[in-house]
Design a protein around this ligand. Structure first.
Ligand code: NAD
Ligand code: MG
Length: 298
């Protein structure tokens, strides 16, 4: 069976050879070291010119969901600025090469999103390199589990808020003045926004904030012709999960509890970001699109 998003196939059987395995990496994990390999759509995603000439800025574009979105955007004809942490250079270089193979520009701008100065510089670099921004994907995220709030450090709480919420605010604030009517903002939230795990108090809190930020801002910028939406993934196989996003013993059963009975692959998210970025979703704003293997949402 071919594992792609085009062949008529049973979604419970898709990616059946990719079973999660317990493993550990220091944060942020590298996609290059993930076993089994995540499918980012490298060989499968087919573009049809839906983002021809568009200028995209994607955070966390080196790996996982952000990398799948970046590859899909390039195959649809967009240039892409990739944000990631400096230690993720090997992953980012691979994604940038895939984008350049499509004949699109890939501009790599490593840095730390907890720093508002980097966020502003990132937007300035994107505008400089591409001549504007018309797709902003706030996707980078920090998820470190903690079993007891009394041991959750002030530093971790602050880092999770800064990475997941403040950076979205700083980047959006800096990008909006450059966004023409027709531009789109896509924020990565999570199923955790509605069904928070007891060991992800700080993380789940940020994901609820991202949903609400999306719905409030969507109304504010709608008259400017700018749409704002969110994507809420369920369990997706990415380096985030094996670098203390989950306890080791939970990794082996990752995704089993979903109605489809398996974890998802980043490649199953690429088309969703393309839909929300493109004019195909012209009447969709303030929406959260759930990509979670069928778990009910509010
Ligand atoms: P990932 O590890 O591949 O991507 C997260 C990225 O965030 C990293 O690659 C890194 O570049 C970036 N990042 C983290 N801290 C940063 C910082 N301080 N400065 C700059 N960049 C930083 O994992 P992923 O699962 O693809 O995560 C992407 C998004 O999806 C996150 O927002 C995550 O919360 C969300 N999400 C993931 C899942 C899942 O199961 N994997 C489920 C729901 C939501
Ligand atoms: Mg990464």
């Amino acid at each position: 069976m071919s594992d792609d998003q085009y062949t008529f196939s049973d979604p419970t059987e898709l990616y059946r050879d990719k079973k999660p395995q317990a493993q550990h990496q220091p944060e942020p994990g590298l996609d290059a070291r993930l076993e089994p390999k995540a499918d980012l759509g490298e060989t499968s995603y087919r573009g049809t010119g839906r983002l021809t000439g568009r200028k995209a800025l994607v955070t966390g574009a080196d790996s996982g969901i952000g990398a799948a979105a970046a590859i899909a955007f390039a195959r649809e004809g967009a240039d892409v600025v990739l944000s990631y942490l400096p230690s993720e250079e090997p992953d980012a270089a691979r994604i940038a090469a895939i984008i350049r193979d499509e004949g699109r520009q890939a501009i790599t701008v490593p840095g730390d999103l907890r720093d508002s100065g980097y966020c502003r510089q990132l937007v300035a670099s994107a505008v400089d390199a591409m001549g504007g921004i018309d797709i902003l994907v706030n996707n980078a995220g920090k998820q470190i589990y903690n079993e007891d709030l009394t041991t959750l450090s002030d530093e971790q709480f602050d880092d999770t808020m800064k990475t997941n919420v403040y950076a979205m605010f700083w980047l959006t604030k800096a990008a909006l003045p450059h966004m023409r009517p027709g531009s789109t903002i896509i924020n990565t939230t999570s199923h955790q926004a509605y069904t928070p795990s007891e060991i992800l108090v700080d993380y789940a809190t940020t994901k609820a904030a991202i949903n609400t930020f999306t719905k409030a801002l969507a109304q504010q910028v709608a008259p400017k012709g700018i749409r704002v939406n969110a994507v809420a993934p369920g369990p997706i196989w990415t380096p985030l999960q094996v670098s203390d996003g989950q306890p080791q013993e939970k990794i082996a059963e990752f995704g089993e509890q979903t109605p489809l009975g398996r974890m998802g692959q980043p490649a199953e998210l690429g088309p969703v970001y393309v839909f929300l970025a493109s004019a195909e979703s012209s009447y969709v704003s303030g929406e959260t699109l759930n990509v979670n293997g069928g778990s009910p949402t509010p």
